[in-house]
Design a protein around this ligand. Structure first.
Ligand SMILES: N[C@@H](CCC(=O)N[C@@H](CS)C(=O)NCC(=O)O)C(=O)O
Length: 210
């Protein structure tokens, strides 16, 4: 039992982003499973912690913190001496730009559509909505091409060091790499494809995304 609790199910990409930062910072924490397909995230007790019913939520030092950007900021500053954000102002701004692209333009078509349709619905005996899948390809490609242009680092997105931007994109690649559309959506982003081949074998990534 620790005094840090992460609420959420570990299949969630945003929960995994929080876990990558927590584990990367070597923070010990407990995870309290809050499912998103079984209504756990809509119970009165969870909505008191997070009124939007989203996961993750972090409880720490008697405080409740939700929104992945806030959680990763706190954990990185408090426990990792800020090492998952580049010192250089421009690189740090690029990191926030990539995170914002993930949140605003990539997450819904990549996770909400490609991942749910291809990887979740068949397991629940539901039919894949092929029109939705087709419709998600262009917005995913636009977002990945934008990130590809900003990803000037080697081997990681911004530099030779992992940053929060990597931690946002890794859990999404973990799923979309398993979809039949992966080659199509990464056809014009060879750097990202190469990046994924490297990061997927990191111990930290294997520990959190499996
Ligand atoms: N803005 C939120 C988004 C988190 C989010 O969308 N989480 C998904 C799981 S990956 C979720 O809670 N989905 C449940 C739902 O929308 O009902 C954050 O940054 O934490």
């Amino acid at each position: 039992m620790t005094d840090i609790t992460l609420y959420g199910t570990p299949i969630s990409t945003y929960v995994r982003t929080a876990q990558l930062v927590l584990s990367g910072a070597e923070v010990e924490y407990d995870i309290k499973d809050i499912g998103i397909f079984n209504g756990d995230n809509q119970t009165d007790s969870y909505l008191k912690k997070n009124p939007f019913g989203k996961i993750p939520t972090l409880e720490i030092e008697g405080e409740t913190l939700y929104e992945t950007d806030a959680i990763t900021y706190l954990v990185n500053e408090k426990y990792a001496q800020g090492k998952f954000a580049p010192d250089d102002l421009w690189l740090r701004s690029r990191m926030h730009q990539i995170i914002s692209i993930v949140n605003s333009y990539l997450y819904v078509p990549a996770v909400g559509v490609l991942t749910i349709e291809n990887l979740v619905k068949p397991g629940q005996g539901e039919e894949i909505d092929q029109a939705a899948v087709e419709g998600a390809i262009a917005p995913v490609k636009t977002a990945l091409e934008a990130i590809e242009k900003l990803a000037a680092g080697d081997p990681y997105l911004l530099s030779s060091e992992l940053s929060l931007a990597d931690f946002y994109l890794i859990p999404i690649f973990f799923y979309v790499a398993k979809t039949p559309q992966f080659d199509q959506i990464t056809a014009s982003t060879p750097k990202l494809k190469n990046w994924w081949e490297k990061v997927r074998s990191l111990d930290l990534v294997k520990k959190i995304c499996s």
